[in-house]
Design a protein around this ligand. Structure first.
Ligand code: ARG
Length: 398
């Protein structure tokens, strides 16, 4: 341990679970430092009550819980929806989007409480360690980073349990968790356990935010979502804050079995991993947003933005939220959303979300131009002949 840089005070991202409870004590033992416990509320709905008491009982000098839900949805989820961000064609990035906001406040809390280091409980195999630490680097480069999972010799949950017992660390649940779950206002993810066999189907009992499409109501739900500049602002005429809107949509869409994804994805570290996601409200927003864009966005603007989607998603996934290239993409996406306002009608039914109408005061759609009926001379079909002749000039070899 002689090679470790000395630290006085460490700010630890703490959830109250087994891993971070063990890490808390381990930091004190190994680094002979003080630990400030920090927990961000991103809508994980875990027991936050009693968390400070638990942290103090485990040896923390202080525990700070930050409600970052508004900021998470408003500044991370909504921009990603505006971007149409989707990773490898299916993943709406629920975990990846929460990491930067958690890290941002982690740095702030560390500074406010006079810490010279930050620590987290992400393992050495995943994306989360990268997302946290790239954000630390961007926002708090003076802070030393301690990643116990890459450092200590505890190898398993059993090792952690033994450590907890040996050090009298209060851990509530001793039952083995069947999955690694990450939940927030946008989604719930499941990895590990039986899911490690990519052929094996998940058990229905695993899901937390959605009913199965089979169990969903036989009658579809219909709703109207309004957007202003690409940001959802109301449901069925009721104005709602981003958090309230997403919460409501999660419930509705979850009831109808919308937003389940089962995929094998490419982690930034180079591993392939199987993940199952529930993103009920986010899926509805993703679909509805594309529909309002379809009548309000210029074709070329849309296609430029669409070209950015894989890159935007990759940057979010790989943990580069706070980077110059991401600033550029965010500004570009924001500019693309100038006229993306209006209403979309969607139906939720048995796991599906279907658009059944869209309208906007900024609509670029012209019924008069496109009609199969008499258009009163709005569009001269004869023009199309020359248009095609010129397009085809260099084709056909003559
Ligand atoms: N594979 C997903 C991602 O990288 C979800 C990660 C979930 N994190 C967790 N600690 N269980 O975004």
């Amino acid at each position: 341990m002689a090679s470790r840089d000395p630290v006085r005070r460490v700010c630890l991202a703490y959830s109250g679970g087994l891993d971070t409870s063990v890490i808390l004590r381990w930091l004190i033992e190994e680094y002979d430092c003080e630990v400030v416990a920090y927990c961000a509320d991103v809508g994980q709905e875990e027991e936050l009550e009693g968390l400070p008491e638990k942290a103090l009982a485990s040896g923390a000098v202080e525990c700070i819980v930050r409600d970052v839900r508004d900021e998470f949805v408003s500044d991370y989820v909504y921009p990603a929806i505006q971007a149409g961000a989707i990773y490898e064609g299916v993943y709406l990035l629920g975990t990846a989007l929460a990491r930067p906001v958690i890290a941002k406040h982690h740095v702030a809390v560390a500074r406010e409480t006079g810490c010279d280091a930050v620590s987290h409980g992400a393992t050495g195999k995943g994306n989360d360690q990268i997302r946290f630490e790239l954000a630390f680097r961007a926002l708090g480069p003076e802070l030393q980073v301690i990643a116990p999972w890459r450092e200590w010799d505890l190898r398993s949950r059993t090792d952690c349990m033994a450590y907890a017992e040996k050090h009298d660390i209060p851990v509530s649940a001793t039952v083995k968790k069947p999955y690694s779950i990450d939940r927030n206002l946008m989604h719930c993810s499941f990895e590990g356990g039986i899911l490690e066999d990519p052929w094996r189907a998940p058990e229905e009992a695993m899901f937390l935010l959605s009913q199965s499409p089979e169990a969903a109501p036989d009658v579809p739900a219909e709703l109207v979502i309004a957007f202003e500049n690409g940001r959802a602002t109301s449901i069925d005429g009721e104005s709602l804050s981003p958090v309230a809107l997403l919460t409501k949509l999660n419930k509705l869409a979850g009831t109808h079995g919308v937003g389940r994804v089962d995929m094998v994805e490419n982690r930034f570290v180079g591993l392939k991993s199987r993940g199952v996601y529930e993103t009920p409200g986010g899926t509805v927003l993703f679909v509805a947003h594309r529909a309002i864009e379809s009548i309000t966005m210029d074709r070329e603007v849309m296609h430029e933005r669409d070209r950015l989607i894989p890159r935007y998603a990759e940057l979010v996934y790989n943990g580069f939220w706070f980077s110059p290239e991401m600033d550029l993409l965010r500004a570009t996406v924001e500019a693309s959303q100038r006229n993306v306002s209006g209403e979309v009608r969607v139906q939720l039914y048995k796991g599906g979300v279907t658009v059944s109408g869209r309208r906007s005061p900024h609509s670029l759609y012209s019924e008069q131009m496109v009609t199969f009926e008499e258009d009163g001379g709005a569009y001269d079909q004869g023009d199309a002949g020359g248009f095609i002749r010129l397009q085809g000039l260099r084709l056909g070899g003559r």
